[in-house]
Write a protein that binds this ligand. Structure first.
Ligand code: FES
Length: 103
């Protein structure tokens, strides 16, 4: 995914919500925080729970599995053991669609 790829209609990710999308073989969690979009890997690096099933507060997602708190800005998780970072994606809106690109 060297360039931005079309992901989903922007209306599917309204403010203060998140959605897992599949783009180019990658699973990406897109979150809308007060109109600003963030993208990180969709599956928790602890035990692969879908982060869209967790809770979104500001720019943090708490995994529904075992409570890892993921920072949407850095891709880093806070847990009681070190976990691999989530990959980060840039998300941009154009013509009513969201486009994603791996950083
Ligand atoms: S799967 Fe996310 S905290 Fe365990």
């Amino acid at each position: 995914m060297a360039d931005f790829a079309k992901a989903v209609e922007a209306s599917k990710v309204p403010p203060d919500s998140m959605l897992t999308v599949e783009v180019g073989g990658e699973s990406i969690l897109i979150a809308n925080v007060d109109g600003k979009y963030y993208g990180i890997g969709a599956y928790c690096t602890h035990e692969e729970w879908d982060l869209s099933e967790g809770t979104l507060v500001d720019t943090e997602v708490t995994c529904a599995g075992h409570g890892t708190v993921w920072d949407l800005k850095t891709g880093k998780g806070i847990f009681d053991e070190p976990l691999p970072d989530e990959p980060l994606y840039d998300v941009r809106e154009e013509g009513g669609y969201l486009y994603v690109k791996k950083r």
